[in-house]
Design a protein around this ligand. Structure first.
Ligand code: KG4
Ligand code: ZN
Length: 336
């Protein structure tokens, strides 16, 4: 993948993480992530206005920290990349405004990045190779998509959720079990040593589809909690929920990789931090004889490192955005 020659400062503020990173070539010199999870915890989900306000407070200190961790100064930066779509519009506009100001004052090229392209290219950070075409499972709080990646920039969604995202399913069921937020990590921790077959939970759509449905799981867990009351074994319930989500994600990703005759499988997005899912997909890919690549945990949840890399590729292609760069709450994945 051809990348920009100078140092790229990346910014990500599309949801509830304020992040800044410095990338040179494919090497990350820093990747600072300030999470707002404690702010949103009492609501069990992201409150858009609180998120925007917290980004305003965090964005400049996070940029300073990213420069200092990378042992560089603003004068060493050659371009600015920022997530401008999709996401919470107030949250996005904090990063985009900061990026525009930095680009304008320092006369630097500016590039807007699609958040999902950042996740899709995250396995390539720090020089990792993944063969093309590959099947990428993007699983996060807002997305669950199977994307056929023919080449960097060439994307085709071949399957997706028809209701809740996988991360949303973790977050909502964790709340029903009285576990913390974000729910994915809380369920993973609560599930340790639990029996994943104790409670029978629905897997959503049946048959050879490449789509997903997680809304039935949420309803089933609600009924289970109502029925069992104080008798509910939270550890076994967490293990059963994790198994319901992980098994359907892994099975369908393997089916998609086979159906589309891909040369590899990647796993990206916040839910990719789930250790059971990483292990299950690794095993499935092995059965198919395909390489499996998933980034280290800090490149799975939202981060500016992946945005710097996706921006760097577009900058190397000569693409630039002006100071009129828009923030778009909804936008399809760009494909070349
Ligand atoms: O990619 P991300 O940071 O933000 C979005 O773009 O949505 O993903 C956040 C999601 C949350 O739903 C969170 O519960 C989930 O990722 N998550 C996990 C784990 N860590 C974070 N899900 C399962 N297991 C984990 N260890
Ligand atoms: Zn994300």
């Amino acid at each position: 993948m051809k990348l920009f020659s100078g140092a790229v400062l990346g910014l990500e503020t599309s949801c509830d993480e304020t992040s800044a990173a410095v990338l040179v070539g494919s090497q990350l010199l820093s990747n600072v992530i300030s999470s707002q999870a404690d702010i949103h915890e009492k609501w069990g989900g992201v409150v858009p206005e609180a998120a925007a306000r917290a980004h305003v407070e965090a964005v400049l200190p996070v940029i300073d920290q990213a420069l200092s961790d990378a042992s560089v100064q603003l004068a060493d930066i050659s371009a600015v990349a920022v997530t401008n779509r999709p996401g919470l519009v107030g949250a996005l506009s904090v990063g985009v405004s900061a990026a525009k100001a930095l680009a304008f004052v320092n006369r630097l090229p500016l590039i807007g990045v699609h958040h999902l392209e950042g996740h899709l290219l995250s396995p390539f950070v720090n020089g990792n190779a993944v063969p093309f075409p590959h099947m990428a499972l993007i699983a996060s709080g807002g997305h669950t998509e199977l994307c056929l990646v023919a080449a960097p920039g060439k994307y085709e969604i071949v399957g997706q959720t028809i209701d809740d995202a996988a991360g949303e399913a973790f977050d909502k069921t964790a709340r029903l079990l009285g576990l913390g937020y974000p729910g994915g990590r809380a369920i993973q921790e609560a599930a340790q040593g639990g029996n994943p077959t104790r409670y029978s939970l629905p897997r959503g759509l049946s048959g050879d589809t490449l789509n997903f449905s997680f809304s039935g799981l949420k309803t089933a867990v609600l009924r289970l909690v109502e029925k069992e009351g104080g008798q509910l074994d939270v550890r076994d319930a967490a293990a059963s929920i994790q198994e319901a989500i992980v098994s359907v994600l892994a099975d369908r990703t393997a089916l998609a990789a086979e159906t589309c005759a891909t040369e590899g499988i990647t796993l990206v997005g916040g839910v990719a931090a789930n250790l059971a899912l990483r292990a299950r997909l690794q095993h499935k890919a092995g059965q198919l004889g395909l390489p499996f690549v998933t980034p280290p945990l800090d490149l799975c949840t939202d981060n500016a490192g992946m945005i710097s890399l996706a921006g760097s590729r577009r900058l190397a292609l000569g693409q630039r955005d002006g100071l009129d760069l828009e923030t778009l709450p909804n936008a399809p994945l760009p494909t070349e």
